[in-house]
Design a protein around this ligand. Structure first.
Ligand SMILES: Cc1cc2nc3c(=O)[nH]c(=O)nc-3n(C[C@H](O)[C@H](O)[C@H](O)COP(=O)(O)OP(=O)(O)OC[C@H]3O[C@@H](n4cnc5c(N)ncnc54)[C@H](O)[C@@H]3O)c2cc1C
Length: 370
């Protein structure tokens, strides 16, 4: 039983169904929703899927433009070796889910899980409309607002959130196809981004340290005209995004937590799609062995997420704490370095971890900020 049919839950459903397990995917919404997500994702995620993800891809980024308070631009070509896609989230989630359903996953929408309880070695899941289901194993994949990990004692006790605002706009303003924009300086303790879709643009603002609410009106009043839009265009969506906050247990007896619910989103760049897909894949692999009786514990899942993701995020969090405290220095010394776009692309594609660059970056930032 998987709670939440987002990117993480659908991935886990697909891989469990592929190995022949009986899978039920539960989703609280009755129809697909527009998700507050930029949709930026390294093409490297394709490695976890035997089917083509391209139907969800709306643009391929070849160039990035950075600015500080909409000035001092840095324009850089991305290395072709680490392609970066912009997907439409609704399309990505339903593409993966459709493949899971084709392999026999039972999809139940309009099912809002309100209680999860372990009783006589099975998990009981109760919906807001009174329906009750039981399962041998449960995967929690209900996103950043999930209440279950802390109730069950999984994930961090102290959750850390990035505050975000997102807007999807019709047309492309002056944003060129194949170009992603990142603005530092306008946003206190964070940055803003604009990612092109086929005929729309995803714009977002995020703050990553402290507990500031975002003055989105003031930021968007400046940012949108700069991107060729009217400052009041589009519907604004606020979301609290749970980000990585330490190594923690992500499994219990017959239960696993994945995606945003597991607090694994990158605390520096808000990259959440790749870890959501990775955790869905890794969780399905561990659960397959556990259900077959080949292993007694699901601890291999927690361990593999630590090795493949968490170790890099521990450094990402340290970089975020220094970078967003001294963003101007960070922009001058980090972003403006000729090698920066290549390093960012390598990190986002998994070819490098934050640990590979962290000590040099932090030392440079601290020296210059004194
Ligand atoms: C503004 C913004 C921009 C972002 N941009 C990017 C980006 O460009 N690139 C990137 O990599 N990441 C980005 N992220 C992060 C990324 O969107 C998330 O990490 C990703 O959505 C995590 O997927 P998920 O499947 O864990 O959760 P979700 O996509 O949130 O899916 C959870 C699902 O569970 C369902 N659900 C919730 N509660 C229940 C319940 N009680 N019962 C049943 N179902 C339930 C929800 O309806 C939802 O469908 C962004 C996030 C934000 C907020």
């Amino acid at each position: 039983m998987i709670i939440g049919a987002g990117a993480a839950g659908s991935t886990a459903a697909f891989h469990l169904a592929k190995t022949g397990h009986k899978v039920t995917l539960l989703e609280k919404n009755s129809a697909p929703q527009v998700k507050p997500c930029g949709g930026g994702m390294a093409a490297a995620v394709q490695e976890w899927f035997p089917f083509d993800l391209k139907p969800a891809v709306e643009d391929v980024i070849s160039k990035v433009e950075f600015s500080w308070c909409l000035k001092d631009p840095v324009i850089a070509a991305l290395p072709g070796s680490a392609p970066f896609w912009i997907v439409k989230r609704e399309k990505l989630d339903s593409l993966i889910m459709d493949h899971a359903i084709n392999l026999g996953t039972d999809f139940i929408n309009g099912f809002e899980a309100i209680n999860i309880n372990r009783h006589n070695s099975v998990w009981e899941i109760k919906a807001s409309d009174g329906r009750e289901l039981i399962a041998k194993a449960v995967i929690i994949a209900d996103g950043s607002q999930s209440i279950w990990p802390s109730k069950i004692g999984l994930g961090p006790k102290n959750q850390h959130h990035a505050q975000t605002i997102s807007v999807r706009l019709k047309g492309k303003g002056n944003l060129k196809a194949g170009t992603a924009r990142f603005e530092f300086g306008l946003v206190h303790h964070g940055f803003a981004w604009a990612f092109p879709l086929a005929n729309e643009v995803n714009i977002g603002v995020g703050t990553f340290i402290g507990n500031h609410s975002i003055d989105s009106k003031e930021i968007l009043n400046k940012l949108l005209p700069n991107l060729g839009f009217n400052p009041t265009d589009g519907e604004r969506r606020e979301a609290k995004l749970r980000v990585w906050n330490g190594h923690h247990k992500l499994h219990g007896e017959g239960i696993l937590v994945i995606g945003d619910a597991a607090s694994i989103c990158d605390p520096f760049l808000a990259e959440g799609l790749r870890p959501a897909l990775m955790s869905g894949y890794e969780a399905a692999k561990s659960l397959d062995h556990w259900i077959r009786g080949e292993t007694m514990s699901l601890d291999i899942y927690t361990q593999s997420m630590k090795d493949k993701w968490g170790d890099s995020m521990a450094w990402g969090r340290r970089i975020a704490q220094v970078f967003y405290r001294f963003p101007k220095v960070g922009y001058q010394l980090g972003i403006k370095r000729p090698t920066a776009p290549q390093r960012i692309a390598q990190i986002l594609s998994g070819k490098m971890g934050y640990g590979d660059i962290a000590q040099r970056v932090i030392k440079r930032l601290l020296l210059k900020s004194q």
